[in-house]
Ligand binder design. Structure first.
Ligand code: SAM
Length: 285
C-alpha cells in the first residue's frame, strides 16, 4: 500500500480511537489509501480548490484530498467519535482542514464553503441522494459547486446517469440530466469496505451544465412525479391532471407513449407548456 502521508495506517486509527463501524450511520469505511487517492483524483485539479467532504469518518478520503493538494477541505461528520481522528489529520495539514460536527442535511453547505467548491463524499446512499438532489435543484444556477464526486450503490448510480429508454430512468435521471452531465467513473467491490456492504458501489461525477434549458423546477418536478408515478401507463393517462391528451398533442408528443421513453428535453417542453396553459387559464379566469 502506498504511503500518502506520515499519518498511521487507517486500521491503526480505527483501533486507537475505538471506531467500531456503526450500521445506523451507514459506516462502511474505505481503509485502502490507494483507492481513496483514486477517488480524490477524479475531482482534480484540487490546488486552489475548496473541497467539501461529507461523512469523512476516520478520514481516508480526507487524507487523500489533502495529499492531492486541496487548498482547503471542509469535512462535515455526524459521528462525534470520529472527531479526534480527524483532528490528527488537521494537525498534520495545518490550516487546511476545517472539521464541522453535525448532520450534513441540516447544514447549508454552500454557505460554509462561502465561494466556489467541489464536493466529494462516500456517504450512506439515502443521505447522498438527498444531498445530491439539494445541490442539483438549487435556485441559483450555474451553482456554486464545480463538480460532485460521490459514491453510491451501483443501482442508484445507474438511476442518476440513466437516459430515456434505460430501465433505471426516472425522476432522478431527468433532474440530473437536465442540469448536469453525469457519468459513472468506476465500480468499487464490497470487499473494498470495512465492513463490506451487500452490494457493489460506483463513483459518480456530476458537472453542472452552464445553461440548461429554461424550465420551472417546481413544474418539472410535478410533471416527472406524475409521469413516473404511473410509469407503466400511457402518458395521456398519467398526465391527465396536467392536461392529458391535449397537453401532449400541443407538445408534439404521442399520447400513447410512456414516461420512460421521454427525453429530458421533452420533459422540459411539457413543463413549459403546463406553465403556459396555467398562465393562460388564470388570465381567462
Ligand atoms: N468517508 C469515509 C470513508 O470513505 O471511509 C466514511 C464513509 S461511511 C460510508 C459514511 C460516513 O458518513 C460515516 O462516517 C458516517 O458517520 C457519516 N454520516 C452518515 N450520515 C451523515 C450525515 N447525515 N451527515 C454527516 N455525516 C454523516
Amino acid at each position: 500500500m502506498t504511503q500518502i502521508d506520515m499519518l498511521p495506517p487507517l486500521r491503526e486509527v480505527l483501533a486507537a480511537h475505538d471506531l467500531e463501524p456503526r450500521k445506523a450511520l451507514g459506516q462502511n469505511f474505505l481503509l485502502d489509501l490507494n483507492l481513496t487517492a483514486k477517488i480524490a483524483r477524479q475531482a482534480a485539479p484540487l490546488d486552489e480548490t475548496t473541497v467539501v467532504e461529507i461523512g469523512p469518518g476516520p478520514g481516508g478520503l480526507t487524507r487523500a484530498l489533502l495529499a492531492e493538494g486541496a487548498r482547503r477541505v471542509i469535512a462535515i461528520e455526524k459521528d462525534t467519535r470520529c472527531l479526534p481522528a480527524l483532528q490528527e489529520i488537521a494537525d498534520a495539514y495545518p490550516g487546511r482542514l476545517d472539521i464541522l460536527s453535525g448532520d450534513a442535511l441540516a447544514i447549508d453547505i454552500a454557505q460554509q464553503a462561502s465561494g466556489r467548491f467541489k464536493l466529494v463524499a462516500n456517504l450512506p446512499y439515502n443521505v447522498g441522494t438527498q444531498i445530491l438532489l439539494n445541490l442539483v435543484t438549487t435556485a441559483l444556477w450555474p451553482p456554486q459547486w464545480d463538480s460532485l464526486t460521490l459514491m453510491f450503490q451501483r443501482e442508484v448510480a445507474h438511476r442518476i446517469v440513466a437516459r430515456a429508454g434505460d430501465d433505471h430512468y426516472g425522476r432522478l435521471g431527468v433532474l440530473c440530466g437536465w442540469r448536469t452531465e453525469a457519468e459513472i467513473l468506476f465500480d468499487v467491490p464490497p470487499q473494498a469496505f470495512t465492513p463490506p456492504p451487500k452490494v457493489t458501489s460506483s463513483v459518480v461525477r456530476l458537472i453542472p451544465r452552464p445553461a440548461p434549458a429554461q424550465a420551472s423546477l417546481a413544474t418539472l418536478e410535478v410533471v416527472t412525479a406524475n409521469a413516473f408515478g404511473q410509469r407503466r401507463k400511457m402518458l395521456r393517462q398519467s398526465l391527465k391532471a396536467l392536461g392529458g391528451e391535449a397537453l401532449l398533442q400541443a407538445a408534439g408528443i404521442d399520447p400513447q407513449r410512456r414516461a420512460e421513453t421521454l427525453s429530458v428535453a421533452e420533459f422540459v417542453t411539457l413543463a413549459n407548456l403546463v406553465d403556459q396553459r396555467r398562465t393562460a387559464n388564470s388570465k381567462e379566469g
